[in-house]
Design a protein around this ligand. Sequence first.
Ligand code: PLP
Length: 391
Amino acid sequence: MNKIYLDNAATTPLSEEVIDAMVDAMKMNFGNPSSTHSFGQEAKILIENVRRQVAEYLKVSPAEIIFTSCGTESNNMIIKSSVTHLGVERIISSPMEHKCVSESILDMKSRKGVEVAYIRPNEKGDIDMNRLEELLKSSDKKTLVSLMHANNEIGNLINLKETAELCKKYNALFHSDTVQTMAHMDLDFSDIPVDFASCSAHKFHGPKGVGFAFLRKSSGLKGIITGGPQERSLRAGTENVCGIVGLGKALELSINHMNEYRNQMETVKQYAIDRLSAEIPGVKFNGRSAELNNSLYTVVSVLLPYKNPLIGLQLDMKGIAISQGSACSSGASKPSMVMMMVLSEYEMDDCTPLRVSFSHLTTKEEIDVLVDALKEISHDFVIEKADAEHR
Ligand code: PLP
């Protein structure tokens, strides 16, 4: 059975070029970058080259890029260090953030007594900028705003520049979880006054276990992992040299092909929306994800008009890997906070969300296989529903 992978928002397959670059680094550059001899210095040069490359992409200084183990670590570091080292007393966020952000905020609330204000999104998943401004105006406490650039479940985007400028106007620090948009979009941080951002290499065909944090130099943020002086003493621990090399190669490929890949994925995404709309009566799309110009092009969040908590498993048995986005109100999986925000009570109880997420490797033929599989599954459910209504 030919397997089909439609879960690229969870992780992406490694590019061959990335694997080759990493293998070369593993074979030839095993030195510890902190060592002063040539073995160490050769490894150090590899890291600094990637740091420069990332800085060029974001139009920032290399000193503002700190390599970490993943997006989760970067977000934890930024939120926790803002409180412990920068004196943040209040955090404004939304209930739609990734768990690594929301749990870090809750941790700071319970351990450090930080005040937390959430902006509840509307049923389309939009964050109201007027509400953000009201909250920013309402307190003199030192504030961090943490709002993700693109939502990983429904693909909603915020206007990063507008949000950053609003935070700046009220003297608040601004952190954006950019894990789903780094290397997928042009990001110019010389123009967008964001203070902190995060990246994870495995979201753009790089390796797992490596990412970076962007920390605006003027913020004065400090690290939370202490030890040696690596990463300008902001993140102790011997660097993941081959991982960083892999991140660099993946970023280079993404940047070089950004427009081409984006066009390709937008075409496939629109094809998926059109075919699902035509073939599955009653299908809907969550948040802004069906609005091509107004959402992340790698994701479409589908709502099937019947309840089927086993759909992920059934599709997997047909060779299709996909994330359910679980809004089920019973069974083992709990509804995700994002789905709770954008779905009605009826939709939560009687419908099934599915997240289809693309890479440049995704083809229309794969979408056809998905649609056929969903038609087959949907058919059984529609018959069952009709039978139940007759009983
Ligand atoms: N933030 C968002 C929006 C994500 O989608 C993810 C991964 O799913 C993360 C953070 C965490 O990244 P990592 O897997 O590198 O820890």
